[in-house]
Ligand binder design. Structure first.
Ligand SMILES: [Zn+2]
Length: 217
């Protein structure tokens, strides 16, 4: 098991999403685990769409619940859902602003193989802006059947996996009418990813580039 965050100082995570609820669905258990273990950790979250609507309120409350005790800064923009290519420059500027705001120890965002155009576009922007950072690309189950073969796993305790499902159902009433938005889907994928890394539950991520330091210094 590889420690991915620094010891002895406050770590910093940049977390990016095209839509409200993407981050908690893709990495909510991981955020919950990290924030509980590291009080005061800095989390900069950027969400490209949903700003100014009820969805922004949901997202802010959800992220606060998924990042307890964190120094959490949330930005929710108003780009229209499903239209990222038409608003490429705005999205690019927002990602670059986040990059310029600080040097994160870890980046969490969508992965380039995601079939949703907005997720895929943001994944490209993240790779361009965060060139020297470990980036975990989260997965979101969907109609397109685009779940791939992830390369990085973050085990979740059963309690965290259950809490993730509870919080997702509690904080996003606007999504409850979607046929896939249920406890069974969230825990089912976490259980499958758990099997793949010899634990009960896990979240899995795509890592396209990893720079190693084996010097031991
Ligand atoms: Zn999304």
């Amino acid at each position: 098991m590889v420690p991915a965050l620094p010891q002895g100082r406050t770590a910093r995570i940049a977390a990016l999403a095209a839509h409200c609820d993407d981050l908690p669905i893709g990495a909510g258990g991981t955020l919950l685990t990290v924030c509980r273990a590291r009080p005061g950790i800095r989390i900069d979250a950027l969400v490209l769409s949903g700003g100014g609507s009820a969805r922004e309120d949901e997202e802010r409350a959800a992220l606060a619940a998924f990042c307890p005790g964190a120094d959490l800064r949330v930005t929710v923009l108003k780009l229209p859902d499903g239209r990222l290519p038409a608003h490429w420059d705005e999205a690019k500027e927002a990602v670059e602003d986040l990059r310029a705001a600080g040097d994160p120890d870890l980046v969490v965002g969508p992965w380039r193989g995601d079939a949703h155009q907005d997720h895929q576009g943001l994944a490209q922007l993240v790779t361009t802006a965060f060139r020297d950072h470990l980036t975990l690309g989260y997965e979101i189950a969907k109609w397109d059947g685009d779940l791939g073969r992830p390369s990085a796993y973050h085990p979740l305790s059963p309690e965290v996996a259950e809490a993730k499902a509870d919080l997702l159902l509690e904080h996003y009433p606007s999504q409850r009418n979607k046929p896939w938005y249920d406890r069974e889907a969230f825990l089912g994928l976490a259980r499958l990813r758990g099997i793949e890394c010899h634990t009960r539950y896990a979240e899995a991520f795509h890592v396209t580039k990893l720079t190693l330091d084996l010097s031991g210094e």
